[in-house]
Design a protein around this ligand. Sequence first.
Ligand code: FAD
Length: 503
Amino acid sequence: MTLAPELSDRVLGELVDALGGEYVLTSKVARMNRARVPAPFPVHRWRERIPDLVVMPGSTAEVAEVLRVAHAHRIPIVPRDGGTGLTDGAVPERRGIVVDVKRMNDIREIDPVNRTCTVGVGINMLKLNEELAPYGLIYPDDPASYPCSLVGGRTGTSGWSLIGSRYGHSRDLVLSFEFVLPTGRVIRVGDGGGAKVSKSSSGYQLKHLFMGHQGTLGIATEATLKLYPKPEAELSPFWAFPDYEAAYRCVQQLAHAGIATFAGAVLFDEWKVAYLRRDDEAYIPQPADVRALVCAVAYGHEDEVRAGGRRLMRIARDAGARYLGDEISQGDWAARHDRYATPLHGRTKSGQVAPMSWHCEDAAINYTELPQVRLEWHGIVERLRERFDVFDDWGMFCYTSADTGVDYLTEIDVGIWEQNLDDDAWAAWVDAKRDIAEVALRYGGSISACHGSCREGEVDLVPMELGGGYDVMLAVKRAIDPHNIMNPGKYGLDRAYTSGGDV
Ligand SMILES: Cc1cc2nc3c(=O)[nH]c(=O)nc-3n(C[C@H](O)[C@H](O)[C@H](O)COP(=O)(O)OP(=O)(O)OC[C@H]3O[C@@H](n4cnc5c(N)ncnc54)[C@H](O)[C@@H]3O)c2cc1C
């Protein structure tokens, strides 16, 4: 299913009629740019993932028209917002048309009384929060890609936020959104019917279905978001530990402390500390006796944050921590909102510096399982490294996902020397990613807390993770997208049209 040559002129004509020639892009540069992602699919096979066309609609009606054309001609459609997704969701598997929604970046309403705003999905959180500042409000969806991921992509991935332990994640913060189905029909989904309602028991809860689907069910165009008062104060203490075990115990004590302003805590393991000491220019290197690090963050009114902060400091001190001081603490937390600029180099086995791209494998893991998962994941990367000298272990982070510390977004960062990557090394990497996902499932976790699990390797295990739920997923896909035009090839959903999906 792709843009058949005999249809090209007709399809182009229909799209130009709908959007105007300026917003139907056919040049190689425009198309290649829309295949680009930060932690890529095999770059040596980039050519296979370039779309036939790019369109940039300016309204819901225009998106609906594009989908009507694609539906009629059975053309693959891939929604794309910031293009920062780490599971290749916005990369076309079957070419077709990339729908870049960035032009829809306006703020349509700010309702300070109900504390909501309504925006086009092409806006980013940085810009949105600048506009909200005069109202004393914030939209607290705060990924490490804060300046460059956009509201539509946060919806498409059901994103995870650094300060989600206080404010919730994208699924909690997006109240409702306008959604264009593959046929071109426009619906609004939320909790029940009201655009600004945060809890309803009316009918099926469709909001969750239409979030995190990686563009396989349709395109969100406008979203109504929950706002909070801009916090008066922020505290982000950063502590060093002589061993992983002490840091591991401390992070959960911080999460369990019941401090209302607690917004999250992060555990850095010894591989991560070594990597930061060695290669991250942004970081002030710690002496060799520092083997693990923990940072916590609290947001709220000045008096609450000060009182909560004293308690956090006491807990960390009693757990054997050494406070790293205000400057390093504030600097690390500031850097955490924009990890785009990770140093793009790693080391070969002999220690030689090599240009490398960043690959981040993430999972949701319960606190009790973190130490075992950590050792198994590092073992997988170590074995990979022994066979191919193009991989580097950049260590692990574990972030609280909730204020109870029940589960942690757990990530291992791997550097890959893309220029030297060939089919054999890629195949080994795909196997390693499958193994990493398998460990997460074996320890009762989920393959992804954050990015989604669409890429080669991990995607094979999604049916195993979801069990009968995966059959429901196939049935839903077939019912909503009868011609498989929405992001075909993702999540193994092609099988909805051949076998499976009976419920
Ligand atoms: C440095 C860095 C740090 C990161 N840190 C985090 C983090 O802390 N938390 C986190 O959750 N993620 C993180 N990510 C991953 C990424 O930023 C998120 O997945 C983000 O939600 C993607 O948003 P985007 O606008 O870039 O979407 P894109 O990459 O453009 O799209 C992501 C997916 O959503 C679909 N999609 C896009 N727009 C729409 C739409 N309008 N309607 C329907 N589907 C759509 C796409 O088809 C694709 O499948 C990080 C990425 C980087 C590069």
